[in-house]
Design a protein around this ligand. Structure first.
Ligand code: PLP
Length: 365
């Protein structure tokens, strides 16, 4: 049976990447050592991390005045590092369109009790169960504020921001964990971008940070591990980095480049998502909670059947047929198809076939 892994993260990796990693496993480039055993100060690893950075710069067209960091602690640690490094006693706005954005805001509120900063809720769609991207009046943003935090793709709820909002000149800090490298964003429109790797980049354990140089601390005053400027100066080697995760990320970047780069990735992703949305749209049986097509995620697609009983039945039967991890997040229920870069189009086609079959057996019952 073919297994299709719809996990929201850690998520499916390209088979070609896993095969390459397998071939390299015991003896990396005739070093007689596995990548898992390489010193992070070795020439071999130095080449790996430099290539990883160069490839990411090329794929995303990252301008020279941005630093690329490979950090640890997941995207969740960024919820703390961002205010610590960037708030500088000023206002920091949070645009909350999903559970992760809410967490980022909540962390800022907590930190504001111990560091000088002023977190402001710019907009929230929580009262709509985060089924839409909330609007706001950009002229209300204090132009002296430190940053506006947004989430480009709401992994749990299935919405996304493709056209960046007007922030009255204030730098945008974006959590791009679930759609980095899935669609094209212009990096120079951001002050900072960050992403946990386990959705669209590689294995868990490494977090990518892309930060404009002028936002770095001039004088390090923070705990070193949490200071972007120290991490940047040390070229992500202040302490032992997640060597293997960075190596796999490098292989994924190579894989994307070989397939034609980010723009080609986006074409394929839009095609995959389009198939599923079009099917759900015309079906009297399935429902997608995101009503505005322009706000629909191409990475995470939630859907439901007419009732919870049928949702449970769907998940059970789907699992048995090899469609793994398709259950929706516990906070929203239903189903969620996470179809990141490495998720094959055949898997989407197979899912739709299964959905049709399930619909015909269960409609009006
Ligand atoms: C998964 C996810 C996170 C949390 O990532 P961790 O690496 O587990 O901390 C944060 N934001 C978004 C948008 C996510 O999808």
């Amino acid at each position: 049976m073919t297994i299709y892994n719809f996990s929201a993260g850690p998520a499916v990796l390209p088979k070609a990447v896993l095969e390459k990693a397998q071939a390299d496993m015991l003896d990396y480039r005739s070093s007689g050592m596995s990548v898992l055993e390489l010193s992070h100060r070795s020439n071999e690893f130095d080449a790996i991390i430099k290539e990883a950075e160069a490839l990411l710069r090329e794929l995303m067209a990252i301008p020279d005045n941005y630093k690329v960091l490979f950090l640890q602690g997941g995207a969740s640690t960024q919820f703390t590092m961002i205010p610590l490094n960037l708030a500088q006693g000023k206002k920091a706005y949070y645009h909350v369109a999903g559970s992760w954005g809410k967490k980022a805001y909540t962390e800022a509120l907590k930190l504001a009790k111990s560091i000088p900063m002023q977190p402001e809720l710019l907009a929230s769609s929580e009262e709509h169960k985060f089924s839409l991207i909330p609007l706001y009046d950009s002229s209300a943003i204090d132009p002296e504020a430190a940053y506006v935090h947004i989430t480009t793709n709401n992994t749990i709820e299935g919405t996304a921001i493709y056209d960046l909002p007007d922030t009255n000149g204030v730098p945008i800090v974006a959590d791009m964990s679930s759609n980095i490298l899935a669609v094209r964003y212009q990096v120079d429109q951001f002050g900072m971008i960050y992403a946990g790797a386990q959705k669209n980049i590689g294995p868990a354990g490494v977090t990518v940070v892309i930060i404009r140089e002028d936002l770095l601390n001039k004088e390090p005053v923070l705990s070193s591990m949490l200071d972007y400027s120290i991490q940047a100066k040390a070229e992500s080697l202040y302490n032992t980095p997640p060597v293997y995760s960075i190596y796999i990320a490098k292989l994924v970047f190579e894989w994307i480049k070989e397939l034609g780069g980010l723009d080609q990735m986006e074409v394929v992703n839009r095609e995959k998502a389009g198939l599923l949305y079009t099917y759900i749209e015309q079906s009297p049986f399935y429902n997608n909670p995101i009503k505005n097509p322009r706000e629909r995620s191409i990475a995470n697609i939630p859907f439901t059947t007419p009732n919870e009983e049928l949702d449970k039945k769907f998940v059970k039967e789907a699992e048995a047929k090899g469609f793994k991890n398709i259950k929706g997040h516990r906070s929203v229920g239903g189903m969620r198809a996470s179809i990141y870069n490495a998720f094959p189009k055949e898997g989407v086609v197979a899912l739709i076939d299964f959905m049709k079959e399930f619909e015909s057996h269960n409609i009006n019952k």
